[in-house]
Design a protein around this ligand. Structure first.
Ligand code: AMP
Ligand code: MG
Length: 411
C-alpha cells in the first residue's frame, strides 16, 4: 500500500486518475461557469454588412475634395437610413443620406460625416472639409470574420463569452458536464444542525463546508445522509453513491482510531486503492481509492483539515473533471504581516488571509492553526505552504501564498 506519501505524489496520483467528463449540449443561458468542450467558429461576419458607427450623413468622399471652412460643399438629402432599416436608394454625386448608428451604409456612399461636423436642414447638409474615402465606416467582418475561431475548447464561459456565443448565433453549446460530488460525513458524535445537541455530541459542519467548497469549485454537491461509525452502513452508502456520483468525498473516520472505518470501507468497495496518509499537516490521514473511473477521497474530520485538504487535493480534481487545463491555484508573492514561530518536522499548510493594496499582496495569519479549530477559518482566502523544518517566519518577510479563488487570473 502507498502510505505516508509526498504531497506532490498524492496530487499527481489523483489528477492522473481522472479525465474531463463527457460533453453535454446546453442552452446558452445554462452554460455560465461551464467549460467549453468545442472550439467555436463564427458562421457569419460581424458586422454582417458595412455599417455606420455614428449618427450623421452618408456621402461620397470624392465630393468633399473642394470643401473648406469658408467654402463648404452642399449635399442634397435624399433619404434616411436607420439601424435595421436600410435605405434602398443609390447615392449619386452631391447627394447625402441621413444615417443613424448601426444602419447599413447605402450603396454608393463611402463615408459618414458626423452631425457635429456639419450644418444641416431637412433638405440639405453642408460639409466643411475634405474626408478620406472609408472614414467612419465599420466594415463587414471587421470584428469577427466568417469562419474565424472566436473561442477555444477549455475556456470557461463567463458573461463575456456568453455575449460572444450569442453574437455568433450559438444557442446550444457543447460543454463538459459538471461533476456530481457525493459528500458523506461520518462519526457517532455528529448531529445535523436542525437537531438538538445531546451530551457528547457536536453539530455536523463538514457537510456544509464541503458542499460549499464543491459549489465554489464548479461541481454539484449532493449531501448524503450522515453515517455513524459503522462499517456496514458506511460501505452501503458509498456503494450506492458510486452508482451515480462522479466523485465521493468522505470526512472523518480515516485515522487509526478504534472506530475509524472509512479506509476499510474504501478497500471493500474499490477496484484500486491509491494511498493512505500524506506527509503534511493538517489532514495527514487523507485516503484515496478508485472504483471504475470514480475517485473516493477520504478527508480527516477536523473541520480545518477537511477545508485545507479539499482545497489542495480535491479542487484540482474537480477542475480537471470540468475540462479545465489549469487546475492548480495561482501563487503570488506576498508580505507577511504576522509572525509564525513554530518550526515543525512536517510540511504544513497554514490558513491565511491575503489582500491586495497599492500593487502588492499582504498576508495575515490567524492566531490558531489547530486542525480542529473552525473559528480561525473566517475570511481565509489563501494558504501558506511551509515545508518541513522551515521557519520561523517573521513579520515583513516575503512569502509565497496560494490564492484559493483566482481561477480567472491564472496566466
Ligand atoms: P475524525 O477524523 O473522525 O477522527 O474526526 C476528527 C475530529 O473532527 C473529531 O473531533 C470529530 O468530532 C470532528 N469531526 C468529524 N466530522 C465532523 C463533521 N462532519 N463536522 C464537524 N466536526 C467533525
Ligand atoms: Mg471520528
Amino acid at each position: 500500500m502507498n502510505k505516508d506519501i509526498e504531497i506532490k505524489s498524492a496530487l499527481e496520483m489523483l489528477i492522473t486518475e481522472v479525465e474531463p467528463l463527457s460533453p453535454v449540449s446546453l442552452n446558452l443561458m445554462d452554460t455560465l461557469g461551464y467549460v467549453l468542450a468545442e472550439d467555436i467558429f463564427s458562421p457569419l461576419n460581424i458586422p454582417p454588412f458595412d455599417r455606420s458607427p455614428l449618427d450623421g450623413f452618408a456621402i461620397r468622399a470624392c465630393d468633399t475634395v473642394k470643401a473648406t471652412k469658408d467654402e463648404p460643399v452642399t449635399f442634397k438629402i435624399i433619404d434616411f437610413a436607420a439601424a435595421g432599416k436600410p435605405s434602398k436608394m443609390v447615392l449619386g454625386p452631391y447627394q447625402a443620406i441621413r444615417i443613424m448608428t448601426g444602419a447599413k451604409i447605402p450603396n454608393g456612399a463611402d463615408l459618414v460625416v458626423p452631425f457635429e461636423e456639419t450644418e444641416f436642414t431637412e433638405e440639405w447638409v453642408k460639409v466643411f472639409k475634405t474626408y478620406n474615402s472609408n472614414s467612419n465606416i465599420s466594415f463587414m467582418g471587421e470584428d469577427i470574420k466568417e469562419g474565424q475561431k472566436v473561442l477555444t475548447k477549455g475556456e470557461v464561459i463567463n458573461p463575456p463569452e456568453i455575449g460572444i456565443l450569442a453574437s455568433v448565433g450559438k444557442n446550444k453549446v457543447l460543454v463538459y458536464d459538471r461533476p456530481k460530488i457525493a459528500i458523506l460525513t461520518t462519526g457517532d458524535e455528529l448531529v445535523d444542525i436542525d437537531k438538538p445537541l445531546e451530551e457528547g455530541k457536536i453539530l455536523n459542519s463538514n457537510s456544509y463546508t464541503i458542499a460549499a467548497l464543491v459549489k465554489r469549485s464548479g461541481g454539484v454537491p449532493y449531501i448524503l445522509p450522515h453515517c455513524p461509525d459503522n462499517l456496514e452502513k458506511i460501505t452501503n452508502e458509498i456503494t450506492s453513491a458510486l452508482q451515480w456520483a462522479d466523485i465521493l468525498i468522505t470526512t472523518g473516520g480515516v485515522s487509526v482510531g478504534d472506530k475509524d472505518y472509512v479506509m476499510e470501507s474504501f478497500k471493500k468497495v474499490c477496484d484500486k486503492f491509491l494511498f493512505w496518509k500524506v506527509k503534511m499537516k493538517p489532514g495527514t490521514p487523507l485516503t484515496a481509492a478508485k472504483y471504475r473511473n470514480k475517485l473516493m477521497i477520504g478527508l480527516s474530520g477536523n473541520p480545518a483539515a477537511a477545508f485545507i485538504t479539499f482545497e489542495i487535493f480535491v479542487k484540482p480534481v474537480i477542475k480537471k473533471l470540468r475540462g479545465l487545463e489549469k487546475v492548480y491555484p495561482l501563487q503570488v508573492e506576498s508580505t507577511l504581516l504576522s509572525n509564525f514561530t513554530k518550526v515543525r518536522k512536517q510540511n504544513r499548510y497554514v490558513r491565511a488571509i491575503t489582500y491586495y493594496d497599492g500593487g502588492k499582496f499582504y498576508t495575515k495569519l490567524p492566531d490558531s492553526h489547530s486542525s480542529g479549530v473552525i473559528s480561525s477559518l473566517a475570511k481565509v482566502n489563501s494558504l501558506l505552504f511551509i515545508p518541513a523544518g522551515m521557519g520561523p517566519f517573521t513579520k515583513g518577510q516575503k512569502i509565497t501564498v496560494e490564492l484559493l479563488e483566482s481561477e480567472d487570473l491564472l496566466p
